[in-house]
Design a protein around this ligand. Structure first.
Ligand SMILES: [Zn+2]
Length: 278
């Protein structure tokens, strides 16, 4: 039986066809993206690309600032490999993989909570559903400001009484994980804005969270301050890093005075501890 094409000819043909598809070009000139931040579950990274390049992550073309900055977030249970792609001004795309560090989460058991705060009545469930909209709506905001580039400061100093991601057993009942950092401090301790931002929630009395403030830091990054004894801000107000936004309390579902500090990129809950210096 006669062979029509030699193995060498076949290989050369394959290489030429790959080259024409741009594959070898992409391999030879892979674009490097710079990141700062923790590529870990609950982490946030700031990436930088040459302006004009688009970034697609989880099927969404994400906001890139005029200077080329963008944010990627990894959830509490993010898989160990995530992919994103770059789209260049000529329309070609390049796919990228990031390795995400896995974390171990603790189990935290809390007792002594008012029973309705663990098993709410139907009327209270309706109220919780209504109040959830404040959070859902605020977490849709995609503002072009770059406040997230500022190195964050601690909103309040104190003993860490609860960490991000832990599995929670409340009054003996398994509940959803703890999406925040709890910092215990005396009632009335001032809480400072950890970075510049705009107030997107200012509520005096929510069922679970009591006196509640949310700040927006641009590109979908928000921080949340709950259980406060009071708020010092107004909805829509611009705050600067270090401004006092409220005071520590134990309003809503809390057993003692502390700040529950949350952080999200849109709906992805993040660990605020990772944004702070040691
Ligand atoms: Zn908490």
């Amino acid at each position: 039986m006669q062979q029509f094409f030699s193995a060498g000819f076949m290989k050369k043909t394959l290489l030429i066809s790959l080259f024409l598809k741009g594959f070898l070009f992409a391999q030879a000139f892979a674009y490097e993206v710079d990141f700062i931040g923790d590529k870990t579950q609950g982490g946030l990274v700031i990436g930088k690309v040459t302006p004009g390049i688009k970034v697609i992550y989880k099927d969404k073309s994400i906001r890139i600032s005029d200077r080329g900055y963008f944010l990627l977030a990894f959830g509490r249970d993010e898989p160990s490999l995530v992919s994103y792609s770059l789209e260049f001004p000529d329309g070609t795309r390049e796919s990228k993989i990031l390795a995400i560090k896995k974390r171990q989460y603790k189990e935290e058991s809390i007792t002594g909570l008012a029973s309705n705060k663990v098993e709410p009545s139907q009327a209270e469930l309706d109220r919780i559903m209504r109040e959830q909209k404040y959070f859902d709506n605020a977490r849709l905001i995609d503002d072009p400001r770059e406040d997230f580039l500022q190195p964050f400061i601690w909103p309040v100093k104190g003993r860490i009484s609860g960490v991000y991601g832990s599995r929670r057993i409340l009054n003996g009942k398994p509940k959803r994980p703890h999406y925040g950092l709890d910092i215990a401090a005396p009632d009335g301790t001032p809480i400072q804005a950890p970075a510049d931002g705009i107030v997107t929630i200012n509520q005096p009395d929510l069922f679970y969270t009591g006196v509640t403030v949310m700040l927006d830091h641009g590109h979908g990054l928000s921080t949340l301050y709950i259980h406060m004894s009071k708020s010092n801000v107004e909805l829509g107000q611009k705050v600067k890093q270090g401004d006092v936004i409220g005071a520590v309390g134990k309003t809503g579902r809390a057993t003692g005075p502390h700040l529950h500090w949350g952080m999200s990129l849109f709906g992805t809950r993040l660990d605020p501890r990772l944004m702070l210096p040691d």
